[in-house]
Design a protein around this ligand. Structure first.
Ligand code: ATP
Ligand code: MG
Length: 218
């Protein structure tokens, strides 16, 4: 759902063969999502192709009565085909993110352990609460993920303590450290598991995956 389309570009080698993207599916109810689902380079992972055209989506949806429900409706036909569906969102709280929150069962919130990183979470929590009350009562916070963590700095320690005070048990016990390998792997279009399988980042993301699976199933 992110107009930057990074997952599409990095995981789907033949992405330019796709004329249409999730944008076309969301704006035209005659289109089917199965036509834009691509096999990725990662076994078991399919990607619904995104494009920069997603950036035009919000103003177009604005005038529609079911603007908040578009994604929920278009993924319905494939929901049961997959064990997990991961919806990536842009960093803003616009209509695209609202669509994701209406369609989702769980939300994972990454927070950087650097200065001012808690700014914006109040708005997000208010929005989640409203969406729960109005349209999606089953929406649950799966967890808060502390990322880009640098345990050498006092500011990181302070922010981690603050995040834990606010969110308690919701914070995943796995934290993702700031790491050069994690910074490099997207540039080489590889996941951390193939780019640097024995790095700290790879081990941390594997641990996170285990926590995510445990919480999502529980
Ligand atoms: N733990 C980390 N340590 C160092 N660099 C990182 C780490 N995590 C991510 N990065 C770098 O930051 C970039 C952005 O990360 P990522 O795409 O996960 O964040 P995002 O919030 O989804 O960003 P965007 O808004 O661009 O989608 C990555 O391309 C990577 O180079
Ligand atoms: Mg992103």
């Amino acid at each position: 759902m992110d107009p930057q389309a990074h997952s599409t570009v990095s995981c789907v080698p033949n992405h330019s063969d796709f004329e249409k993207s999730i944008y076309d599916i969301l704006v035209d109810s005659n289109e089917k999502i199965s036509d834009i689902i691509a096999k990725s380079v990662i076994p078991g992972l399919d990607v619904a192709v995104s494009k920069i055209s997603m950036a035009k989506l919000e103003p177009i949806l604005l005038g529609e009565l079911d603007a908040h429900y578009k994604l929920k409706d278009v993924i319905e036909p494939v929901r049961r085909k997959y064990e997990y569906i991961i919806i990536d969102t842009p960093p803003t709280l616009g209509l695209i993110t609202i669509n994701a929150l209406v369609a989702a069962t769980h939300i994972l919130i990454p927070i950087q352990s650097s200065y001012l990183s808690l700014e914006g979470t109040d708005d997000l929590l208010d929005t989640i609460e409203k969406i729960r009350k109005l349209v999606n009562p089953r929406l649950e916070i799966l967890g808060i993920l502390i990322t880009l963590h640098d345990r050498r700095t006092n500011i990181s320690k302070d922010v981690v303590n603050k995040i834990k005070k606010v969110f308690g048990k919701k914070v995943f016990s796995t934290m993702i450290s700031k790491s050069v390998k994690l910074e490099e792997s997207p540039a080489y279009k590889e996941s951390i598991f193939t780019y640097a399988p024995y790095s700290v980042g790879s081990i941390q993301y594997k641990k996170l995956a285990q926590e995510v699976i445990k919480r999502a199933k529980g």
